[in-house]
Design a protein around this ligand. Structure first.
Ligand code: SF4
Length: 472
């Protein structure tokens, strides 16, 4: 398996990775079934008020993440199908006000529940003006109950050369910066339509360090059409020379309805070569490992302890998050504790309209929903006090268990612990998936040490086959 930009989108915009993989909504390329093999948050103690709904489960009391979507970019990259738009500068101010309004509503609904991670992504948050960023982040700090050691991440594009934004973000509590560098090769950056060159990326990294960021992630892409191996190795070497604490590597996927898809369909560019991409992935695993980086997830590496992306870990551990902004997804597990969950806008959270049909399970284990995707439609809804939610679904116990496996097995070392699975789902992994586990272990794709199950080295390269086994 090699990581894809589809996965990146799923992680960064809080889209439902599991939903993508299971049913590929809206034409999204699924993580499962694609053609290629493709520290628990700590901090202030979780608030101790009793759950407002039924008790008896860890649901609703684990770590909670907050995703904030900034749907703007200076220019749209031709491969990108994220929910983000260029040339909408006239909307920035009104969008900031609408976003803050939705954030304020969520602060009230969460009623003091501790938020452990905040991720401001998009899009390119740093295209916003300083005052707009300050308003959003000040609201987060003032209205939400953040864990004392909350991870607060922001994405940044090295092409937005307003380095003052980095100092501002740092002063507003942002303690993790994630930069989309993508490549250190001029030709590749031009092909990808990036607004920066390699020197910009070096200057941006330096500026981020000078602004006080110690926890910096750099994103890179590989598997570009006709990308020479030497060019990929050179990019990796230059990345390693910077010694960032976190590195994310994604292979280029041709997403439908993008300019890149059109170029491939019309023969203007070659399609990415899966075999070449797998070789690049293998090289990356080897080089980063030799440089002391720990691969903790299929597409993510850290140098040193304490630098995993705790927000993304919430997704991979099938935990809980609230997404704010157009197209943002949310996922909560039952029992749900929210002020006002009985309001008409969020009646679906009660699960009363849910009729389980999978495997005889009649109780919803979790619920996910997403906001209206279009920026102006989202703003209109929020401004008129209407709900921005456009889609919701309750997840059966069976579906939720499958997602715990599919997502958790992406965590290369952690895998899925038997005890945690049983605590989350009220039944053992063996009871839920015994024959599948046996079959995958016999095939050499999964291994168990008695405490947890995880991918083997072979399984890492055939991950999509493994994950698909757990999805009904
Ligand atoms: S900068 Fe990132 S989010 Fe924006 S268009 Fe390019 S890839 Fe998409």
């Amino acid at each position: 398996m090699r990581p894809t930009n589809t996965e990146r989108r799923a992680q960064l915009d809080a889209a439902a990775i599991a939903a993508d993989a299971r049913e590929s909504p809206a034409g999204r390329a699924p993580a499962v079934g694609s053609t290629v093999a493709g520290a628990a948050p700590g901090g202030r103690t979780e608030d101790s008020r009793p759950a407002r709904a039924a008790a008896g489960s860890a649901a609703g009391s684990g770590p909670l993440g907050l995703y904030i979507h900034i749907p703007f970019c200076a220019r749209k990259c031709p491969y990108c199908d994220f929910n983000t738009y260029a040339r909408l500068e006239p909307l920035y101010e009104a969008y900031t006000q609408a976003l803050c309004r939705e954030l304020g509503r969520w602060a009230a609904r969460l009623d003091g529940r501790t938020v452990h991670t905040v991720f401001m992504g998009g899009g390119t948050p740093t295209v916003l003006k300083s005052g707009q960023l300050a308003q959003i982040l000040a609201l987060v700090q003032e209205r939400f109950t953040l864990a004392a050691d909350a991870e607060i991440s922001s994405e940044a594009n090295p092409g937005i050369e307003d380095w003052g934004q980095f100092s501002l973000l740092r002063s507003l509590g942002v303690n993790r910066l994630s930069m989309g560098v993508q490549s250190f090769q001029a030709e590749e950056l031009a092909f990808l339509g990036r607004i920066h060159d390699a020197d910009d990326a070096l200057r941006a990294f330096d500026a981020a360090v000078k602004a006080g960021f110690t926890n910096i992630n750099l994103d890179f892409m590989f598997g570009l059409p006709r990308q020479p191996l030497e060019a990929w190795i050179d990019t990796l070497d230059k990345a390693l020379a910077l010694a960032p604490r976190h590195v994310s590597l994604y292979s280029l996927i041709v997403e439908p309805d993008t300019p890149l898809a059109h170029w491939v369909e019309t023969g203007q560019t070659a399609a990415p070569d899966d075999d070449a991409a797998s070789e690049m992935y293998e090289i990356a695993i080897s080089r980063l490992g030799a440089a002391g980086y720990d691969q903790y997830e299929v597409s993510n590496w850290t140098r040193g302890d304490g630098y995993t992306c705790r927000h993304n870990l919430l997704y991979w551990r099938n935990q809980e998050w609230i997404g704010v902004g157009p197209g943002a997804h949310s996922h909560l597990r039952y029992p749900i504790r929210l002020q006002g969950e009985a309001s008409p806008d969020f009646a679906f959270l009660s699960g009363e309209d849910f009729h389980g049909s999978t495997g005889g399970c009649s109780a919803a284990a979790a619920v996910r929903w997403s906001n209206r995707k279009g920026v102006q439609g989202y703003m209109k809804r929020v401004e008129s006090e209407a709900s921005p939610v456009d889609f919701h679904e309750a997840l059966t116990g069976e579906v939720s268990m499958g997602e715990t496996m599919m997502l958790g097995l992406r965590l290369v070392r952690e895998g899925v612990a038997f005890a945690r699975f049983a605590e989350m789902h009220g039944q053992t992994m063996q009871a839920a998936f015994g024959p599948i586990l046996d079959r995958l272990q016999d095939a050499g794709l999964l291994a168990s040490d008695g405490e947890r199950v995880r991918l083997t080295s072979r399984g890492l390269f055939l991950g999509n086959r493994v994950f698909s086994e757990f999805i009904a």
